[in-house]
Design a binder for this molecule. Structure first.
Ligand code: SF4
Length: 90
């Protein structure tokens, strides 16, 4: 097999690709660290569908981060969910 037709990567392109991979890894690691610092759903009584008598639910909570996250509770959050850490938007 003749490898002369195979495009050769330059040292610069290899270094650029390596830097991009390291940067992507740092972003993923940062996101994972943020997620692990959040509270587990079970510890705050999270439910996917709110039954709160006052009509409280995630989409009107100050901690809700659309479309499906919370600033303090880990994992996917349903806009119609609820937990004991509900805080009304001001
Ligand atoms: S009620 Fe608020 S604090 Fe609790 S999970 Fe929903 S958005 Fe997060």
């Amino acid at each position: 097999m003749n490898n002369d037709d195979t495009p050769k990567a330059s040292r610069r392109s290899i270094l650029r690709a390596g830097a991009a991979i390291v940067a992507a890894g740092a972003v993923v690691k940062h996101a994972a660290a943020e997620e692990t610092q959040k509270i587990e759903k079970s510890l705050v009584g999270y439910v996917d569908k709110s039954t709160n008598p006052d009509g409280q639910h995630c989409s009107i909570c100050a901690n809700f981060q659309p479309p499906a996250a919370c600033a303090i509770v880990a994992g996917s959050i349903n806009p119609n969910g609820w937990c004991g850490a509900f805080a009304p938007k001001t």
